[in-house]
Design a protein around this ligand. Structure first.
Ligand SMILES: Nc1ncnc2c1ncn2[C@@H]1O[C@H](COP(=O)(O)OP(=O)(O)OP(=O)(O)O)[C@@H](O)[C@H]1O
Ligand SMILES: [Mg+2]
Length: 241
């Protein structure tokens, strides 16, 4: 067995809740939800960490405007730099945001390495920004992080729900905790997602309207906090805390 795997539990032992923001579908707003949720919880006084596990297309650092030119401090592991009160860890500190193509085995290796070297310390929440789909990263999170819970993001599209349904089926089959579904980028009212998940016993958490001013706030957390996106997302805080 990889000796690093046995360290992961120890690294996460002082983290109360671990929430993986996932979806079967790409481009539905996982990274925006993960980063904004971390930001919002942190501003409310919770101790929060954010781990970007989208190794092919990391983007949390872009959303939060994280400077990546400074390598994190080392002290018997790696100390996640403080970003807006959030302890933030991403592969971009190591790749300096250069293109980094990986094969499957590399992915698992990187995830094990990140989880075994990062010193999160005491956290109320560790939010994980997951890549799209049900690939190595999702399987690794399921296998390596025992107390992981899943927050699922979808758009109102039948195409998105088609992919999300498959992820829900797998999570249900493995009896993993699903906090619920966030329906993002709503432009016209529709009951499709609500109806679709009601028979699956998955909680519907909130709807987030399409926010045409969101793009202007990317990289600027202070402005991001003032968006209608954040206002809509904030409605799930009570369901999570
Ligand atoms: N409610 C919204 N209103 C307007 N734009 C949005 C909304 N949610 C997300 N976006 C935009 O949609 C794009 C995709 O969002 P994001 O990167 O968070 O998706 P993702 O699911 O993480 O994508 P990927 O699967 O590539 O990781 C971004 O440009 C983001 O700013
Ligand atoms: Mg993303």
């Amino acid at each position: 067995m990889d000796p690093r795997v046995s360290i992961i539990d120890k690294r996460l032992q002082s983290v109360k809740r671990i929430i993986a923001v996932a979806s079967g579908k790409g481009g539905v707003g996982k990274s925006l939800v993960a980063s904004s949720l971390a930001l919002s919880l942190s501003k409310k006084g919770y101790a929060v960490g954010l781990l970007d596990l989208d190794l092919y297309g990391p983007s949390s650092h872009i959303i939060l405007g994280v400077p990546i030119n400074r390598f994190p401090e080392e002290e018997k592991g790696i100390i996640p730099p403080d970003v807006q009160g959030i302890k933030f860890m991403s592969l971009v500190y190591f790749t300096e945001d250069k293109p980094s193509p990986f094969r499957g085995l590399d992915i698992s290796n990187i995830i094990i390495e990140l989880l075994s070297i990062t010193q999160w310390g005491n956290l109320d929440f560790l939010i994980i920004d997951m890549p799209p789909g049900i690939g190595d990263e999702t399987l690794d999170v399921i296998n390596l992080i025992k107390k992981g819970e899943f927050l699922i993001v979808t758009t109102p599209s039948k195409v998105s729900m088609g992919a999300v349904s498959k992820l829900l089926m797998i999570l249900k089959e493995l009896q993993l905790p699903i906090i619920g579904i966030v329906e993002n980028m709503i432009m016209t009212p529709s009951k499709y997602v609500k109806q679709h998940i009601s028979c699956r016993g998955v909680p519907y958490l909130t709807e987030i309207a399409f926010d045409q001013h969101l793009e202007e706030t990317i990289g600027n957390p202070t402005q991001l906090m003032k968006t209608t996106f954040m206002n809509d997302l904030d409605k799930i805080i009570d369901r999570i805390t």
